[in-house]
Design a protein around this ligand. Structure first.
Ligand code: MN
Length: 283
């Protein structure tokens, strides 16, 4: 007999609709975290969705730019994107693949589309690093699509990028904030239940259809910030595709300026000076 668990369901406390913005060399984006409405959800600093069949929305890509002090996570659903950094690391992200890049002390890289037309669809998430790891050696986890497990649970189909779902562990390893990153397809009317660590900060991002969580409705291209509790219990109001993302908060001051996220203004100034002097990421 299944043990009865007296656990609290996490409510959707805030629904934040994506803001249309552009970044890089004119790439059109839908941003939910990293906006005046929602600066960050510790440890998450930014969440962008890019989705277009019109090359004009993405061909400019993201030419050479720096990062320091956090991790960038790119998850592709459609299209191909080439990344290349200052020390010669290079690779192509293709549909279903994931890049978990720990910028640490710094990298300078480009992220450029490998196509001029056709659907490009994916997400970039920024995850903070604690002070003691902000200047760590840069590190990549480049995960091909076949290494991202897909699990059926009830009516849900779940791709596990990071964390554990239904006893299956995702491929991302050794991230200090212990993230969960699930890509869930839930048909209309179906329910999705999952337990997350009670201390995690958690949200859902709906990229198709809609979710119902108690009194709250999360429409497409919106983020539902999840409150305290041990588990989530969601229903698909319409055939839904969404990300469920959580991780341990870091609880430190956030000082951010563009591609640099540190703890203090002085550290930001140092990052900027290092970049200007060509020292970023150089040993
Ligand atoms: Mn970048």
């Amino acid at each position: 007999m299944k043990e009865t668990k007296n656990t609290k369901v996490r409510a959707v406390e805030h629904v934040v609709r994506a803001q249309a913005t552009s970044d890089g060399a004119g790439v059109q984006l839908l941003r939910t975290i990293g906006t005046p409405t929602l600066d960050h959800v510790d440890p998450f600093l930014l969440l962008d969705e890019f989705r277009s069949e019109d090359g004009a929305d993405y061909v400019g890509g993201f030419p050479d730019h720096p990062h320091r002090g956090f991790e960038t996570v790119t998850y592709m659903l459609a299209g191909r994107m080439r990344h290349r950094d200052h020390s010669g690391n290079e690779g192509v992200l293709r549909p279903g693949s994931v890049q978990w890049m720990t910028a640490g002390r710094g990298i300078v890289h480009s992220e450029m589309p490998e196509q001029e037309e056709g659907l490009m669809h994916g997400f970039q998430l920024w995850v903070n690093l604690p002070a003691e790891l902000k200047l760590m050696e840069p590190r990549y986890q480049d995960i091909p699509p076949e290494e991202v497990p897909e699990v059926r649970a009830g009516q849900a189909t779940v791709r596990i990028v990071a964390g554990t779902f239904a006893g299956v562990e995702g491929p991302v390893r050794g991230v200090v904030t212990k993230p969960t990153y699930l890509d869930v397809h839930l048909p209309r009317g179906a329910r999705f239940e999952h337990e997350l660590p009670a201390d995690d900060a958690a949200f859902v991002y709906v990229y198709e259809g809609g979710l119902i969580a108690g009194e709250a409705v999360v429409p497409p291209n919106a983020l539902g910030q999840l409150g305290p509790g041990e588990r989530i219990d969601l229903e698909a109001g319409a055939d839904a595709r969404f990300l469920l993302i959580s991780a341990s908060p870091i609880g430190e001051p956030v000082a951010r300026y563009g591609p640099f996220v540190m703890n203090t203004q002085a550290e930001l100034a140092e990052a900027f000076a290092d970049y200007q002097a060509g020292r970023l990421g150089v040993r």
